[in-house]
Design a protein around this ligand. Structure first.
Ligand SMILES: NC(=O)c1ccc[n+]([C@@H]2O[C@H](COP(=O)([O-])OP(=O)(O)OC[C@H]3O[C@@H](n4cnc5c(N)ncnc54)[C@H](O)[C@@H]3O)[C@@H](O)[C@H]2O)c1
Length: 272
């Protein structure tokens, strides 16, 4: 399988380490790393791993990947995914929050259906989507997710800055957002992708409820998911270790990308 990486940050580096160690088998080859510009750190990463570096869609496609793992940004999803899918190249999307835009999501779904290419948004930093999908077949009334992270994880976000809260001085949990996933996901472009995948796997952005908290007592990024429906009630608590160099990104999300690729290249499924 010829794999390309879109993005050269925390997830991309972990991904490359595992592939180089052969953890996904010797039939997986990284054929390109796509970065934002010729001067980006992607160039250094590509050199370290001896992989071609690209900065535009055409040169990425010219490396003939079977699948591109997007670990970059909402903007990268908007720029790259449709042309890749239209060319029959699969995409595994980590920045799922971009898909809160119905028009974009429909265009990607359409391109995937037309070309037959894989369009895969993995679970990222949460659990329970298998049960949610099963429950939805019967009927689900309510899905709620509470995303709680230490205050540092909420820095440098325009919406949070507008709230004018001193994140360094919080002494108790502070609610940053409470409402629909539709309203909340775009406010946190790099932090609540999990609420997007939960919405898409379940009852949609308008019916999924999202609560976002900064909690100074937390060491782990913690997510509570509650589902109520005809098959019963499900409550899930996920405590994620943040990546050391990036408190916004959970290790579990990094490994979710690797697991997605493993799944994509195998006809055998255990669990959903
Ligand atoms: N689904 C989940 O559970 C989950 C969890 C963690 C992170 N994420 C998302 O995955 C993405 C990657 O996470 P990360 O921790 O590796 O981030 P990071 O900030 O460490 O790295 C992102 C990299 O992508 C590059 N990039 C951004 N926009 C680009 C573009 N338009 N074209 C090319 N390169 C671009 C950046 O320059 C950087 O190298 C982020 O969008 C993040 O929000 C999703």
């Amino acid at each position: 399988m010829r794999v390309a990486l879109l993005g050269a940050g925390t997830i991309a580096r972990l991904f490359l380490d595992h592939i180089r160690r052969g953890d996904l088998g010797d039939d997986v080859e990284v054929v390109a790393i796509a970065g934002r510009s010729a001067a980006s750190r992607g160039r250094v990463l590509a050199r370290d791993y001896d992989v071609p570096f690209t900065v535009d869609i055409e040169s990425l496609i010219s490396q003939k990947p079977d699948v591109v793992v997007e670990a970059a940004s909402h903007e990268a999803v908007r720029e790259y995914c449709q042309p890749l899918l239209a060319k029959g190249i699969g995409v595994i999307v980590l920045s799922g929050g971009a898909l809160c835009d119905d028009e974009l999501r429909s265009s990607l779904e359409h391109a995937a259906r037309q070309s037959g290419a894989l369009f895969y948004v993995p679970s990222g930093g949460i659990a329970g989507l298998d049960a949610l999908k099963a429950a939805c077949v019967a009927g689900v009334d309510e899905v709620k997710i509470t995303v709680m992270k230490p205050p540092a994880a909420w820095k440098n976000i325009q919406y949070v800055e507008q709230l004018a809260i001193d994140l360094d001085r919080l002494t108790e949990p502070h609610i940053l957002y409470e409402g629909t996933a539709r309203g909340g996901v775009p406010l946190f472009p790099a932090n609540v992708n999990i609420a997007a995948v939960l919405s898409m796997a379940g009852i949609g952005f308008d019916r999924t409820r999202l609560k976002v908290l900064a909690d100074p007592a937390l060491k782990h990024n913690t997510h509570m998911i509650e589902i109520r429906g005809k098959t019963g009630n499900i409550s899930i608590k996920v405590e994620n270790v943040p990546a050391p160099d990036n408190p916004k990104t959970a290790w579990l999300a990094c490994y979710s990308a690797l697991a997605a690729l493993k799944l994509a290249k195998s006809p055998i499924r255990y669990g959903t």
